[in-house]
Design a protein around this ligand. Structure first.
Ligand SMILES: Cc1cc2nc3c(=O)[nH]c(=O)nc-3n(C[C@H](O)[C@H](O)[C@H](O)COP(=O)(O)OP(=O)(O)OC[C@H]3O[C@@H](n4cnc5c(N)ncnc54)[C@H](O)[C@@H]3O)c2cc1C
Length: 640
């Protein structure tokens, strides 16, 4: 077992795995992930049954998100099966369209109806309450009693063992009421299932030299024996503090599984049962995973009171539970060397995308903090210089050089390439693994990269404006007369988008692959409009939801209006030949450089337009086949 790491992460669920990956990969920190179960993946874990059907171990996990940050992060670890999630309700002896929409209303009436009639009926049924204090009041204020009785009353009672009037309004979540025929369960922009299942996704997520995973190991087994600078804890918070102020209210679940020959036995991937059955829902995963098999498996889900020996699944959404959590939240706040993260440590029923978003944020802040300390900086510099980690924390003030890995089997360079990296705070240690013939320039926009660490690269400090676009254009302007035959432009951590950058670089350098003109680097082709409404507006980092002035930007740079659809590869990374780059005069790039520093959101505009900057169309529109997005990542099918 390791005797010293940077961070112990307790729990190999989403919160733990995402945090560990980010800390190891972006900050060079060594993480020990301990998981008390005998598998990774936490609640997301899945596997195949005797018939090869991919089934969830702890209830269905329908992945959905509006966050392109989350989506792009995961793209590196799994291909996806796109699916429009569909849920029905079984009540009063029949299936109902759900969430409530015009068809549900017609089913209720027993005859065709109209949007106007539905709106009138719902507003007559509603029991107004501007500040509903519980779930019953909340649902009544939105849809009135007929639909509350039909869809919510029995379901919440079974799910929580409590009347809706005892539960916080949030227990019934947001209730979409659609007066049209839109019967999608969710309207989030990205809805999909990992093609090979969640467990495979977690295997790739945790597969990093900086991460060690110990299964069937609880935090208490290692906490006192393994030296660490920080602990990330993702288990139940009351258990961490030894139930100091009593056990928190949790709810548990169990499942019954049954297989049948044939394609499907249920009409949808999920049917909710608010009626007298003991189970709350029946899941038929094949509807969502798209597997083609001669058998199908269903799962009946039964809520259970939480008791010794059972796993917790939900924080109980009552005002009393919130109160009981408060002392634990206060204890957590006064334990600065531990980060409490995820569904159980935060006592919040978070969705997967919320957990990932939080984990990325936590890791970015924590990684930076650990790196900022002298101890951290020295340790990581030493490690990167190939020394034994933990041998000395205090032996050097100066950063030690990072050795570039020389592959004795590397074929002689067939083509000279430049690799231009726009770095902000990333550790860029991945540069060690680039072909030795590649000439590397790192533009350091944060100014804290010690050039002595990368003696084989040219490190140039640049002012922190215009993100990567400014760095790329600076390079084009200053190196216009001495560009390599092919230049790769990428970000400090390019792999979120260009997962295959390393093999591409190697293949191009060895002449096994060609860059002919312009080539996007990345695995996701996407489409935006001139105001960024499809991707930029709902983007998670664009918290004020502002639009992109791409049209004005396009006019400023090219003197003409932007097209209606802008198709590009996400990530702002590409390779270009000298010939194509020099087909524009240097003055054009000077003007572009000025725009990069002065135009609002210029880097995001450039991200969408790099191919046009060089006067070409970088995406073969035929490949999109009319779709708006295309994932280029090859799909690996696991044995099922
Ligand atoms: C039934 C159900 C269905 C869901 N469906 C969806 C869905 O459709 N879509 C969606 O977005 N979200 C869904 N979720 C939410 C989703 O599961 C969570 O957001 C996410 O998996 C939480 O990840 P986590 O890492 O916080 O917790 P977990 O996945 O529970 O991971 C925590 C891990 O820590 C381990 N652990 C705990 N204590 C210790 C310790 N002391 N030492 C070592 N290890 C420890 C646990 O064994 C566990 O593996 C669902 C949740 C449930 C319960």
């Amino acid at each position: 077992m390791e005797d010293r790491v940077d961070v112990i992460v307790a729990g190999a669920g989403l919160a733990g795995a995402v945090t560990a990956r980010r800390l190891a990969e972006d900050f060079g920190l060594r993480c020990l992930v301990v998981e008390q179960r005998n598998h990774i993946g936490g609640l997301c874990h899945d596997g195949t049954d005797d018939h090869g059907v991919l089934i969830p171990s702890y209830g269905p996990h329908w992945f959905r998100t509006n966050s392109s940050r989350v989506r792009n992060f995961l793209l590196r670890f799994t291909a996806w099966h796109d699916v429009a999630f569909k849920v029905l309700v079984w009540a009063d002896g029949r299936y109902w369209s759900f969430p409530i929409n015009l068809e549900t209303f017609e089913q209720y009436l027993g005859h065709p109806s109209t949007t106007a009639e539905m709106e009138a009926a719902i507003s007559a049924w509603r029991i107004p309450d501007a500040h509903p204090r519980n779930s019953e009041a909340f649902v009544l204020s939105r849809v009135g009693r007929p639909f509350f009785r039909l869809f919510y009353q029995g379901y919440t009672l079974k799910q929580w063992g409590l009347e809706a009037s005892s539960l916080l309004p949030s227990a019934c979540g947001r209730i979409p009421i659609r007066t049209d025929r839109d019967d999608r369960y969710l309207t989030k922009a990205f809805q999909a299932m990992p093609l090979d299942g969640y467990t495979r996704m977690f295997e790739r997520l945790l597969d990093h030299p900086g991460i060690k995973v110990l299964l069937s190991t609880s935090l208490k087994d290692v906490r006192n024996d393994v030296g660490h600078r920080h602990l990330v804890y993702t288990g139940p918070i009351d258990s961490f503090f030894n139930y100091a102020t009593g056990a928190l209210p949790w709810r548990s679940l169990r499942w019954e599984r049954q297989s049948f020959p044939g394609d499907f036995v249920m009409p949808a991937m999920q049917v909710n049962y608010p009626d007298e059955h003991d189970f709350t829902r029946i899941i038929e995963p094949k509807h969502a995973t798209g597997q083609q098999l001669p058998y199908t498996t269903i799962l009946r889900e039964y809520p259970l009171p939480f008791a010794d020996g059972l796993a917790p699944f939900y924080a109980v959404p009552t005002a009393q539970a919130v109160e009981r959590h408060k002392p634990y939240a206060a204890m957590a706040a006064s334990t600065p060397d531990v980060t409490f993260l995820g569904r159980f440590a935060e006592y919040r029923n978070l969705d997967m995308d919320q957990v990932i978003e939080r984990a990325l944020g936590v890791a970015d802040r924590l990684g930076q903090r650990l790196l900022d300390t002298r101890e951290g900086a020295n340790r990581i510099a030493n490690r990167m210089a190939g020394q034994v980690a933990g041998s000395s924390d205090h032996d050097s003030d100066a950063a030690k050089p990072l050795r570039r890995k020389l592959d004795p089997k590397e074929p002689p360079a067939a083509i000279e390439i430049d690799l231009v990296v726009a770095r902000y705070r990333e550790t860029v240690d991945w540069l060690r693994n680039t072909p030795s013939s590649a000439r590397i320039t790192v533009y350091d926009k944060r100014g804290d990269l010690d050039p002595r660490r990368l003696p084989w690269a040219r490190v140039e400090r640049l002012e922190n404006v215009g993100n990567e676009a400014h760095a790329y254009l600076h390079h084009l302007v200053t190196h216009y007369d001495r560009l390599a035959p092919v230049t790769f432009f990428c970000q400090g951590h390019p792999f979120d988008h260009a997962w295959d950058l390393h093999p591409t670089l190697r293949n191009v350098a060895a002449g096994r692959d060609l860059v002919d003109g312009f080539r996007w680097l990345g695995s996701m082709i996407d489409t935006d409009d001139p105001r960024g409404r499809r991707l930029f507006v709902p983007w998670s980092k664009n918290i004020d939801g502002r639009e992109l002035a791409l049209d004005g930007f396009h006019r400023a740079l090219f003197g003409e209006d932007a097209p209606d659809r802008i198709v590009f590869t996400l990530g702002g990374q590409f390779a270009i030949t000298e010939r194509l780059a020099r087909s524009r005069p240097r003055d054009f790039y000077r003007r572009a450089l000025d725009l990069a520093a002065s135009f609002p959101d210029a880097a995001h505009c450039f991200e969408r337009l790099w191919d046009r900057v060089f006067g070409v169309t970088g995406v073969d529109l035929d490949r999109l086949g009319g779709a708006e997005s295309l994932c280029l990542r090859p799909v690996r099918h696991s044995q099922r």
